[in-house]
Write a protein that binds this ligand. Structure first.
Ligand code: BJW
Length: 295
């Protein structure tokens, strides 16, 4: 049976076909069925640690070894999983529609791997595969660092009972809250260091809470929005839409006249400003629903 009610599907597709300027906001739920856990809700724990508590400069300053183990694990997982049908369907739509812009909060690299045109993809929260110096005085940065593990000390614990080290990602239901796996202490000297200043620790090139989003990315988005007062459609896919300024783009799009289509497993996770009569909520797995909607 079709996952999406026929009448809703038709009204959405009719609007999509007429839409010229389209924005999409992506979140962790898009990559969930590829096997990557989300931040909030059941999946949002990594070895008893709340994932959102690890995504802060304070956590890194306090315990860089712990935070690096979290990110090393995430880099490893992101490299092992594959983009799903929704990543591909979005990449295809982005190619097809001239005035299309994707704002992704995801750092997993799956949209680029699905062939999403790079000029139409803005990474709001950086990438797991960007690395930069953590010292304020040093501007060292690298992108596309896919070395896994980035340093030998960050090799994942070799525990056969740990599904995160098992070779097959069976069921893709990762027990990331596994309390039984002991994290090891990593000596400061064994963490990744900056090759430029030789002083600072390297850190993942992602945006943590309290940090500014990349200025150039924000400028590109502002320019795109300012090109025309009208946006036809805003797609909000697999995000709790609670983290700002990312979530604020939904309101910007609405103010430009956009109708909003939300694709989410959880009917509670609608944008904070609510849904209008002209908007759509499609409940379910983005990996199934997005390809059907964008057909
Ligand atoms: C499915 C599914 C399936 C599951 N199919 N769906 C205004 C008001 C209040 C607070 C603030 C504000 N402005 C700023 C703030 C502070 C803060 C903030 O927003 N806090 C709120 C939480 C209250 N924002 C910031 O700090 C930002 N910086 C900033 O504002 O700087 C100001 C500044 C200016 C100048 C100088 C200095 C500072 C930065 C925010 C950075 C967020 N970073 C993270 C970590 C990135 C690195 C990493 O990955 O580790 O980004 S936090 C985390 O949340 C990550 C995500 O991108 C982001 C959003 O999460 P997302 O993607 O929505 O995931 P979930 O888990 O929340 O939701 C998943 C959804 O999928 C759910 O809805 C599920 O139902 C659904 N789902 N399976 C479809 N199969």
């Amino acid at each position: 049976p079709p996952i999406v009610p026929q009448a809703q599907l038709e009204s959405f597709q009719e609007h999509l076909s007429k839409s010229t300027r389209i924005l999409a906001l992506l979140g962790a739920g898009l990559s969930a069925s590829s096997g990557l856990p989300t931040f909030r809700g059941a999946g949002g724990y990594w070895r008893t640690h709340d994932a959102t508590m690890l995504a802060t400069p304070e956590a890194f300053n306090h315990d860089p070894g712990l935070v690096w183990q979290f990110y090393s694990y995430r880099r490893h997982m992101a490299l092992r999983v594959e983009p799903n049908k929704a990543h591909y369907a979005l990449a295809e739509l982005a190619r097809r529609k001239d005035k299309f812009l994707t704002l992704s909060q995801n750092v997993d690299g799956l949209s680029p791997r699905a062939g999403h045109p790079i000029d139409k993809l803005k990474l709001l929260h950086g990438s797991l595969f960007d690395v930069k110096c953590s010292e304020f005085f040093c501007d060292y940065k690298e992108s596309d660092n896919f070395i896994d593990p980035i340093v030998p000390a960050l090799e994942l614990p070799r525990d056969e009972s740990d599904p995160t080290t098992a070779d097959a990602l069976q069921g893709r239901e990762l027990d990331i809250a596994n309390e039984n796996v002991k994290l090891h202490e990593i000596a400061m000297k064994d963490l990744p260091h900056c090759p430029k200043c030789k002083k600072g620790l390297l850190r993942p090139g992602v945006v943590w809470f309290g940090e500014a989003l990349p200025g150039a990315v924000m400028d590109d988005i502002d320019r795109w929005i300012d090109e025309s007062p009208k946006i036809d459609l805003m797609l909000v896919i697999g995000t709790s839409a609670r983290v700002y300024p990312a979530a604020g783009y939904v309101d910007t799009a609405k103010a430009c006249g956009a109708r909003v289509a939300v694709i989410n497993m959880d009917p509670e996770d609608v944008p904070a400003s609510g849904m209008g009569d002209e908007d759509w909520f499609f409940k379910g797995d983005a990996a199934q629903i997005v390809p059907e909607l964008l057909k």
